[in-house]
Design a protein around this ligand. Sequence first.
Ligand code: GDP
Ligand code: IMO
Ligand code: MG
Length: 444
Amino acid sequence: MPGTCVIGLQWGDEAKGKLVDILTEEHEIVVRYAGGANAGHTVVSDGQTWKLSIIPSGILRDGVACVVTGGVVLDPAKVIDEMDGLESRGVRMHGKLQLSDRAHVVFPWHVVEDRLLDGSLSGGGAIGTTGRGIGPCYRDKVGRSLAIRLGDLYRPDFRAKVEHVVDFKNRLFANWPGAAPTPLDAAAIHAQYAAYAKRLEPHIADTTAFLLDAVEAGRRLLFEGAQGALLDIDHGTFPYVTSSNSSGVGVSSGAGVPGRWIDRVIGVVKAYSTRVGGGPLPTEQDNATGMHLRERGREYGTVTKRPRRCGWFDAVATRYTARLSGVDELAVMLLDVLGGFDELKICVAYDIDGRRTTQFPSQIADLEKAVPVYETLPGWREELDGVRAETGLPANARRYVDRIAELLGRPVSIVSVGPDRQQTIIRDRTAAARPWHSSQPANA
Ligand code: GDP
Ligand code: IMO
Ligand code: MG
């Protein structure tokens, strides 16, 4: 069975990019299947840092096909920028990158709508989107009448489609409360997107057909999740979510590959919690602890540079998303960031209106009231960034990893102790069920 999935179990930025880059070695095809330029995935190797947004993180390795499927909303300007940036640093794109002709295209009107609508949640408040036009593009996809797909850019009626949509959007914007934006110019937008289409043409493909052929031929696929499961449009902390199925349930629909072809789902967690934008973060530490995590973890958004909100690890939320995503095993990332605390806390239950529960609430109003119930574990003083084997981890760090595994009901097979490829401890599958605490330090 050929498929592995990497799914973020929190609110994004769990270091999925780093993990995908490492796992690419064992796979032939890397697939991005949801989201768009709202994602920012970081890979660090040999002292070089790579920031990827739409292009799969597998692109950095030779001999790997990288596929962006129809579940992604694709901003051509952003993809071209990314391609140029990679090519200028010697990464070959030709013959390696495929973009689905089914992918819906992000246009300037989507970015305008994103700006006009964020902050207008019914009942007040803002989602705090990345401003990349993601929600409005998915809205037009579901609405159908105003949608334009990548394949449409190559059809004779493309210009007429742009004129139709621009006419509609200009009338909509003219009646928008407050200042209406400058009217959209259909001819200029058509010309600009026709130029993008020319540049992208060698990469356009029916990726569903390609991937179905690949799985039936037994080729090994790696699905690169974007965002995190708690941002899932259907199962996340609605309305403070993104507009796609970012949990494990979205892989099949986004990629066009039946779930029966996926035999390994890796849930990625940070050793603590972060969130960018609005919405509840029950374990948030808006204090010196949160600041310490932000500075040690360099928690500033890859896409928008916004400071990320930080807090303790939330086992209620991540147990829910691990189950939702069908996770087999866990990767615990950024463990090094927790060094230097005397004590560490893990949220093991919520107190909601005086009632204790380990069930993640379906209603945002309940999550907003949730008071975390913490368990306290001893911390460690050692720096972990030089550790390369599980026996090199301090006993308290291994205890902390084991407690996450126990609370989420899945083994931890990977621990990351720094941004670089090398700063990773990977267990072989036979060791997976054994507690980390049972390994003896080399000098014991
Ligand atoms: P993604 O969106 O899930 O791919 O994650 P991001 O790239 O947005 O954010 C993860 C950040 O943590 C990046 O800056 C990574 O370089 C960095 N990182 C990854 N793994 C580790 C780790 O184990 N320790 C530390 N300190 N940083 C890490
Ligand atoms: P990666 O793949 C963290 C968040 C935004 C906002 C909400 C909706 O790097 O983990 P959107 O622009 O999608 O409509 O914004 O979702 N968000 C992310 N947060 N990492 C991401 O991606 C995110 N993609 C979207 O901050 O709160
Ligand atoms: Mg990110």
